[in-house]
Design a protein around this ligand. Structure first.
Ligand code: AMP
Ligand code: FES
Ligand code: ZN
Length: 300
């Protein structure tokens, strides 16, 4: 196997691109894909400070690494979910990365914000696994960005994550999530910061390879509440499709973004208000996060 760029020995074959790369040229390819995502969706400029949400996993640390290499001004944000050893270890990975690169890391504790860690929050609600956690993460990312004056939050969602989310939304024809699924969500309210996913063009296998080649020390274990079995199953199904037809995942997601999403955007119109209690954005009177905090209080 030869590198497409230099003809040297390739370390990684990318069947969907019909190409193979040596280590330096693969890393260059990876950075270019991130650059293309940032440009194409006007995610942020070099003048803006980007808040990078880091979980301690390979994707978000790889993203932070690329943005630092490309000279963007970044600050990390770690949300301590209070999930036993998993949270302790993932926090340590983020702290070590920040210290090694001499970059700032904000840490927000879910326990302080909600009154309990995610295990207790989940027990107090009848929501499906990870849904209370996802809601808390989105809320706290936005809140931290607003409080510290960041115009944009970047997350490490990759092509596999995005394709699996799309697959799940289509199975149930969930119009609102379909309208919202995008690599870049603009700010539609002064209290809502932009949310962007600069890795959406890169697969999980590619971010793992990048993290390995860059010697990034990340947490390998998954969260013990392991991602509702359904989203894992959707990933598996898409991987099987990808095996027999390289590029299937990419075509599925990119075809939707180009041809499907505009139709859903037209269907969904939401009026945004400010939460009566915390002032953050909601479609109702009280935001989902404040309702969650109430549920936790009642359960105690
Ligand atoms: P997940 O929802 O766990 O697949 O994570 C998707 C993205 O959300 C990650 O790539 C991170 O950017 C962000 N994220 C997940 N967990 C955390 C966390 N505990 N703290 C900060 N960001 C997180
Ligand atoms: Fe949220 Fe696992 S990361 S429940
Ligand atoms: Zn609220």
């Amino acid at each position: 196997m030869k590198c497409r760029k230099c003809g040297g020995t390739a370390v990684l074959e990318l069947r969907r691109h019909n190409a193979a790369f040596c280590a330096p040229d693969f890393m260059e390819f990876f950075r270019r894909q991130v650059g293309e995502a940032v440009r194409r969706h006007r995610m942020f400029t070099r003048e803006e400070s980007v808040l990078v949400a880091v979980s301690g996993g390979k994707d978000s640390l790889a993203l932070w690494d690329v943005l630092l290499q490309e000279g963007y001004s970044t600050t990390g944000l770690y949300l301590d979910l209070g999930i036993f050893d998993y949270s302790k270890e993932s926090r340590a990975k983020c702290e070590a990365f920040a210290a090694e690169h001499g970059v700032p890391l904000l840490i927000v504790s879910v326990e302080q914000e909600v009154g309990a860690g995610i295990p207790e929050v989940q027990a107090a609600t009848r929501r499906p696994t990870c849904s209370a956690c996802g809601l808390s993460k989105r809320y706290l990312m936005n809140k931290a960005a607003l409080e510290h004056g960041f115009p944009v939050v970047a997350t490490g969602h990759n092509l596999d994550d995005e394709a699996a989310t799309l697959f799940g939304s289509i199975l149930h024809w969930q119009t609102e999530p379909l309208a919202r699924q995008s690599p870049a969500l603009p700010s539609t309210h002064p209290k809502l910061v932009r949310r962007v996913k600069p890795l959406y063009r890169l697969s999980e296998r590619e971010t793992a390879a990048y993290a390995f080649l860059r010697r990034i020390d990340y947490i390998v274990e998954e969260c013990p509440f392991a991602k509702g079995a359904t989203s894992l199953m959707h990933k598996e199904i898409l991987n099987r499709l990808e095996d027999v037809s390289p590029g299937a995942k990419h075509n599925f997601l990119f075809g939707f973004l180009e041809k499907g999403r505009p139709a859903f955007e037209r269907l969904v119109e939401v009026a945004l208000n400010e939460c009566a209690r915390c002032g953050q954005v909601t479609t109702g009177t009280l935001c989902g996060f404040c309702k969650l905090a109430d549920q936790v209080k009642r359960a105690r």
